[in-house]
Design a protein around this ligand. Sequence first.
Ligand code: IVH
Length: 682
Amino acid sequence: MDREQAKERIRELTRQINQHNYNYYVLSRPVIEDYDFDMLLEELITLEKQFPEYALPDSPTQRVGGDLTKEFRQIFHKYPMLSLGNTYSIEEVKDFESRIHKLLGESTEYVCELKFDGVAIGLTYQNGKLVQAVTRGDGLKGDDVYTNVKTIRSIPLQLTGNNIPEEFEIRGEIIMPIKSFEQLNRFREEEGEETFANPRNAAAGSIKLQNSSEVVKRHLDCYLYYIPTPGLPFETHYESLMAARSWGFKISSHMVRCRNIGEIFEFIDNIGTIRPDLPFNIDGVVIKVNSFRQQEELGYTAKSPRWAIAYKFKAERASTLLLSIDYQIGRTGTVTPVANLKPVPLAGTIVKRATLHNADIIASLDVRIGDSVFVEKGGEIIPKIVSVDLEKRPVDAKKVDFISKCPECGTPLIRREGEAAYYCPNESGCPPQIKGKLEHFISRRAMNIESLGEGKIEMLYDQGLVSNIADLYDLTYEQLFGLKKIFPEEKSKKEKTISFRKKTVENILKGIDASRNTPFERVLYAIGIRYVGETVAKKLAEHFSGIDALMAASKEELITVEEIGEKIAQSVVCYYSKPENREIIERLRNKGICFESKREEKIKVSNRLNEKIFVVSGVFEGYSRDEVRKMIEDHGGRNATSVSSKTSYVLAGENMGPEKKKKAESLGVPIISLDEFLAMIK
Ligand code: IVH
């Protein structure tokens, strides 16, 4: 392809991909298969690498994120980011409407919108191009989060359409859809990281991540709701948002013009009804005067505009009795106290149980059995006990003695320093832990044995056929054929039985057999070491040649692996120190499970760095950090993320982390510059 053709193709691909992104992320109406989309994107990435001079400013390849942001620069808002007066009372919405009517003395149109529960953002466009993105901050100045915002697919990098102002700002809310939030928390739990309390916190945390390529993975979204720039050719707020929609912004379709208080109430009612079905959280509705002229006339108080008000939905709350507390044991032995409540209707469902999280929460609520408690469904998904109605406390309310032994197997519980949860250490003998481990092992992202499922695992365990993951590979046709499960059917007082037939048994055995092809990194995830989630398993499999090398690694050596910290390293060492775990690994290995990394031997340029361990910190002129790390490996060295006594050198760029510097100095680890490093490998 010659230069002219490349230039033209890059232009065409950019246009096409941006259109597909818009269809997918703004309109939610994709017209192309994911695979075909990926092909287009890949072609563009390749061409831009070859002809970087032709990459366009609005190229979709900018959305994949880049390197680290050390610190977020503060930027003053051109127009202060005010808040809205808000109320929980319908009466006050009425007062708002009559006040406005009195002040203006003429009929007024309102626009009613959703009140998004996320993070406010101001986006500035110049000549249709996104040039700035600033968080609310203290209202006068906020953080420059441009690099991260660019990764949000529903935010246009380049506007299209007619009459786009030369320069303007548009404001809206960055949100995390509930599905993404749940997925993120599941993932964090597996990795032993703290979970986010609600989607708003998750969105706020995500937009301030230092690595924009991590932001991409958070699946953020953005709705726009206000253009603060004066002097644009619009007479009404509604009109301005319609124009914004035509330029490519995501504007909610839950937005209506209302002529009177009746219509406003109707909107509020309607949104209250559909709220549980929205894919993201809202905490109310916003009512705005539509006409810009009238807005100007009404003006502002010190904090908020007089022309708008937020009506917030009360977090629905119910009062009920705490009957008892159950203690659930998870796959890794963590104990979660769960409150059994007298059933009470709340926000469309009947609530019978609520989580009490851990012993600290129980203590801080001072909740007792028999208490009247308030349960709330707020931004969180699971109902929680928010307080105790002390006035109603019965004299015989019983203090909660957090259990000291596992309710399932009787083993004394332990609590690790710095952790809120208790757990049962009897990994290989505690029934819910055994079943949990088996279920995890066969799950889709682990060994993917589809022909088994929770129900079947339970049967196999209950009938004594399997009590650990290696036992699965000893199952025979004879053992399984005719195996029965009995379901007592309460109503009919009859029993329902299912028994495994030929086809079922063959499928189960076929599924187990096929799992022998699972690659090492997934096997490592499947065996269920505490804190070793998918990402960590992958990093370990990349670093070690196989299970033998991994089992031989010391805690210090594990810490030198990227993303492996103290807690994970400790857990891995602890797992392999137990003879019963080693035995399971041996048995699995004998059954043909893959315990070797299929990593390609890295082709080295030289061996000058001969296994020296480097920690790279800061930014480098002319090289990205990844490029520097690659050079280290190319010359036989290794990379680690934290400084320890094993570190050979800290390779410091500009603005290296002060903690790393302190640590290196205190341990006497040499700190070298990029030039010194380049000289080493020359
Ligand atoms: S308009 C001058 N519209 O609520 C008024 N704000 O307490 C500018 N919010 O900071 C804001 N949904 O973060 C507006 N449809 C909506 C909104 C909305 C959520 C947030 C926004 C604002 C806060 C005000």
